[in-house]
Design a protein around this ligand. Structure first.
Ligand code: SAH
Length: 218
């Protein structure tokens, strides 16, 4: 058991060094969070030995947990300091939310698939991630009761950024989301300032579909 956990610590260190830091992610909070969150607990038992590999993995219900580097890049792009309340759309396995929860004050995460929602909410309780709040609903509509958010991260791809999410972002806040077609998207970073909205393209990516009122039909 002790050797077992040592193995995971080593795999995590290697993941952070070889896949993340070496590709230019420098934010110490992101590197620290990713060297601590036990990614292997967010995948099914059969995939535990692949959990720290340089690729996405299936999480059931036709969905995937992103490649570690993409998680790191998206998290870094939010320019987090630590006091933030962050909204995530697409809870999935819960891994991205767990990484965020180690950096910020509170994470609000929405999942539209009921089986994944239940499974992941249970996991957060078991692993004592008490600053993550979950909700079962269509995340393209945001979470108006808890808005505004200091940062928003959408972990599924749509044809455009849902307007409710832009409305629910604080002035001075950042939103990151894959935008494009059903197979390929560009990772867009939107910054809301008092002078208006600035959008930056962070590069190509591949995500599952964001399905909902302001996303794909199905
Ligand atoms: N952040 C997740 C990635 C999961 S994949 C992780 O770390 O594992 C994307 C997830 O988005 C899927 O679970 C999918 O069911 C969910 N999703 C798609 N459209 C959604 C919507 N409109 N609202 C909430 N979740 C949605």
């Amino acid at each position: 058991m002790k050797d077992e956990s040592k193995k995971f610590v080593r795999w995590r260190r290697e993941m952070v060094e070889k896949q993340i830091a070496s590709r230019g992610v420098t934010d110490p909070q992101v590197l620290d969070a990713m060297s601590k969150v036990q990614r292997h607990l967010f995948v099914s038992e059969a995939l535990v030995d692949s959990a720290y590999g340089d690729f996405p993995l299936p999480i059931g219900e036709g969905q995937t947990i992103s490649q570690p580097y993409i998680i790191a890049e998206m998290t870094q792009s939010l320019d987090l300091k630590g006091h933030e309340r962050v909204l995530e759309i697409g809870t999935g396995s819960g891994y991205q939310a767990a990484v965020l929860s180690r950096i910020v004050y509170k994470v609000y995460t929405i999942e539209r698939n009921h089986a994944l929602f239940l499974q992941t909410r249970k996991l957060f309780d078991k692993l004592k991630y008490y600053n993550i709040v979950t909700r079962y609903s269509d995340g393209t509509q945001g979470w108006s009761e808890q808005a505004p958010f200091d940062a928003i991260i959408v972990t599924a791809g749509g044809q455009e950024i849902p307007s409710p999410l832009i409305q629910q972002l604080s002035t001075g806040g950042c939103l990151v989301m894959p935008v494009g077609g059903s197979n390929f998207q560009e990772l867009l970073k939107l910054e809301k300032t008092k002078d208006g909205i600035k959008t930056t393209n962070l590069g190509g990516c591949r995500f599952v579909k964001l399905i909902g009122q302001y996303g794909w039909d199905r």
